[in-house]
Design a protein around this ligand. Structure first.
Ligand code: AMP
Length: 542
C-alpha cells in the first residue's frame, strides 16, 4: 500500500521560490568585482534569476546542457546557480585557480555551451577561449559600463544586458528530481580531474541535512558569509541552505584577505562563516595583529583540510567563536560529518571538549560510514585501529561523469581515499589521505597528528609532514615548516615540543624550514608537490 501524500519532486528552484515567498525582504549582500558593495533582497534575486533563465533559453541553452562559470562568490553567481539548474540545465562551476590547460580540458569534457565569468578572470578566459571546443557564448558578468573595451573574445555578451532583455514572467519547469543539476570536477592530484554530477534530489536532501542544528545550524536569524568559494563544491551547499532557511547571505567577492573579510563580517553583522583552515589563518593573523574582536560572529565551519586544534582553541579563547569542524568531499556534495557535541560532552572539562571538536565529527543523517582493513573487512569502532574510510548515502557519488575512472564503488560503498578511526561515540577522525600515509616499520604514523602538534607551537605558521625513505624503517616522517614572520625556532626546539605528546617513535626524524608550502586550487597543502620539491632530501645519518 502506498502512502497518500503528494508527489512533489525535490527541485532546486523550490528553494528560491520558498525564499522569495517567505523571506522576500531578507538581504543578499555582495562585495563586487567592480569594487563596491551591492545589496538586494531574495525577492530581487528570484526575479532576476527568472529573467536570466529566459535569457539563457533565448541563447539556445537546452535542458541538460552545461553552463560554465568562472566566478567569485557574488549575487550574479547566485542567480546563475538558480537560473541554470532551475531551468533543468546543468551549472558547471569551474575553479579559476586551475591551470588553463586543465580548464580547457574540463570545459571540453563537460561540453559547456556558455561560459559566464567575472571580469577579474578576463585574462584567463582570453587564454582559454580560442582553445575550447564547445563554448558558443562567453558572458562577462558585469554591466554595460564596465564591459572591457577590447576584450579579445569574439561576440562577448554582457550579463546585465541579458537580464535587462527579459521580463520576469517565467514559471520554473517541473521535472524528475533525479535530473542532473550541477557539475564539479575534483581537483585530483594525479590524472585528469573527474566530474561529479549532482542531481536536484541529492542537492535538496543535502540542503536539509546541512541546515540542521547539529550540522551547520542555519536559521532565518543568521547572516551567513561563505568564504568557501562557490566553485568549491557549491560553497558546501550554503547558497541552497540560505534560501531554505531565509538566512541573510553575504558574499565576499574577490576580497578574501583578512582585512576585507573582517570588515565585511563587522559591517554586515555576520553570525556564521565557512572556509578552509588556510583562510582562517590569514584572518586570525589580521585580527590578532590589529587587536580586533568579532562583534557578531559566533560560529565558523572549518573543513576541506584538518582544522589544527590550535586554531579552534584560538577562535574559542581569544574571540569567543565556536569552530564547527566538518569533513566531506566533492563526491559527497560535500558534507559527511560534523563535530557537533552530544549531550555528554557539554558538561566535560574544556580540554575534553576541544578533543571532540578537533575530530572530523559524526555522520549527519543520510551519510553512513565504516572503516575497513586492506582485505575489506569492517573494523570495529572505539579501537585504536584506523582503516580505509567508506561512505554511502543519497548525496554520495555512484559514478563519475561519463564513467571516467570506471567502477567508483566497492560493494555499494564509495572509498573516500581517507584513512580514519571512529571512536565508540561515532566520531570519525582522519589520520591521513591514503596516498599520504607514512609507513614506518609496517606501522602507520598519522601525518595530520604530527602537523597539528607542530601548528600548536607559537612560532609555526604552517606545517606539513611527509614520508621520506629510510633504510631500516622503509619510511620516516619529515616535518616541513613555515615559521611565522620574525619568529625564531630551531629544529631541536620543535622536536622537543613533541615530547610527551605522542609515542616517541612517531617523532619526526628531521625538520626542514621553507618559505612556503605549495597550496592547491582549494587551499589544501599539496603534498605530492612537496614530495617533489624535497625529492633529493636525505635523512641525516644517525
Ligand atoms: P575535495 O573533494 O577537494 O573537497 O577534497 C576532499 C578531501 O579533503 C577529503 O577526502 C579529505 O582528504 C580532505 N578533507 C576534507 N575535510 C577535511 C577535514 N575536516 N579534515 C581532514 N581532511 C579533510
Amino acid at each position: 500500500m502506498n502512502g497518500l501524500m503528494m508527489q512533489q519532486p525535490l527541485l532546486i528552484s523550490s528553494l528560491l521560490v520558498h525564499a522569495e515567498r517567505h523571506h522576500g525582504e531578507r538581504e543578499v549582500v555582495s562585495r563586487r568585482v567592480e569594487g563596491d558593495i551591492h545589496r538586494y533582497t531574495y525577492r530581487e534575486l528570484a526575479a532576476r534569476s527568472r529573467r536570466l533563465a529566459k535569457a539563457l533559453a533565448a541563447l539556445g541553452v537546452k535542458p541538460s546542457e552545461r553552463v560554465g562559470t568562472l566566478a567569485w562568490n557574488g549575487y550574479r553567481h547566485m542567480e546563475l546557480y538558480y537560473a541554470v539548474s532551475g531551468a533543468g540545465s546543468v551549472l558547471h562551476t569551474i575553479n579559476p585557480r586551475l591551470h588553463p590547460d586543465q580548464i580547457v580540458y574540463i570545459a571540453d569534457h563537460a561540453e559547456d555551451q556558455v561560459l559566464c565569468f567575472d571580469l577579474s578572470f578576463l585574462p584567463l578566459v582570453q587564454a582559454v577561449a580560442g582553445r575550447t571546443k564547445t563554448i558558443r557564448h562567453f558572458v562577462a558578468m558585469t554591466d554595460r559600463a564596465h564591459m572591457p573595451a577590447d576584450p579579445k573574445i569574439p561576440n562577448l555578451l554582457c550579463y546585465e544586458d541579458l537580464v535587462d532583455g527579459q521580463d520576469d514572467r517565467y514559471d520554473w519547469p517541473v521535472f524528475d528530481e533525479n535530473t542532473a543539476s550541477s557539475l564539479c570536477y575534483t581537483s585530483g592530484t594525479t590524472g585528469n580531474p573527474k566530474g561529479v554530477l549532482y542531481s536536484h534530489r541529492s542537492t535538496v536532501l543535502h540542503t536539509f541535512a546541512i541546515a540542521l542544528p547539529d550540522a551547520l545550524n542555519c536559521s532565518a536569524s543568521d547572516a551567513i558569509l561563505p568564504v568557501v568559494p562557490m566553485f568549491h563544491v557549491n560553497a558546501w551547499g550554503l547558497p541552497y541552505a540560505a534560501c531554505m532557511t531565509g538566512a541573510k547571505l553575504v558574499f565576499p567577492g574577490p576580497g578574501l584577505d583578512g582585512k576585507s573579510l573582517y570588515e565585511l563580517f563587522e559591517a554586515e553583522q555576520v553570525t556564521v562563516s565557512a572556509g578552509v583552515p588556510t583562510v582562517w589563518q590569514a584572518l586570525l593573523a589580521y585580527v590578532d595583529a590589529n587587536g580586533l574582536k568579532f562583534s557578531t560572529m559566533r560560529r565558523t565551519v572549518v573543513g576541506g583540510s584538518a582544522c589544527p586544534p590550535a586554531m579552534l582553541r584560538q577562535f574559542a579563547e581569544d574571540y569567543d567563536v565556536h569552530v564547527l569542524h566538518a569533513w566531506g568531499m566533492t563526491e559527497m556534495s560535500p558534507v559527511g560529518t560534523v563535530a557537533a557535541f552530544k549531550p555528554q560532552h557539554l558538561a566535560q572539562p574544556v580540554e575534553e571538549r576541544y578533543a571532540v571538536m578537533s575530530k572530523q565529527g559524526r555522520a549527519v543523517y543520510g551519510v553512513d560510514m565504516k572503516i575497513v582493513d586492506p582485505a575489506g573487512r569492517e573494523l570495529p569502532w572505539g579501537g585504536a585501529a584506523s582503516g580505509d574510510l567508506l561512505v554511502r548515502g543519497p548525496w554520495v557519488l555512484s559514478r563519475y561523469f561519463k564513467g571516467e575512472g570506471g567502477e567508483a564503488l566497492r560493494d555499494g560503498w564509495f572509498p573516500t581515499g581517507d584513512v580514519a578511526r571512529i571512536d565508540a561515540e561515532g566520531y570519525m577522525q582522519i589520520t591521513d589521505r591514503s596516498k599520504d600515509v607514512i609507513k614506518s616499520g609496517g606501522e602507520w604514523i598519522g601525518s595530520i597528528d604530527l602537523e597539528n602538534i607542530a601548528m600548536a607551537h607559537p612560532a609555526v605558521a604552517i606545517a606539513a609532514c611527509i614520508a621520506v625513505p629510510h633504510p631500516k624503517w622503509d619510511e620516516r616522517p619529515l616535518l616541513v615548516v613555515v615559521k611565522k614572520p620574525g619568529a625564531e625556532l630551531t629544529k631541536e626546539e620543535l622536536l622537543g615540543f613533541y615530547e610527551g605528546k605522542i609515542a616517541k617513535w612517531w617523532t619526526p626524524d628531521d625538520v626542514v624550514f621553507v618559505d612556503a608550502i605549495p597550496l592547491g586550487a582549494t587551499g589544501k597543502m599539496q603534498k605530492n608537490r612537496l614530495r617533489q620539491m624535497l625529492k633529493d632530501y636525505r635523512l641525516p645519518v644517525a
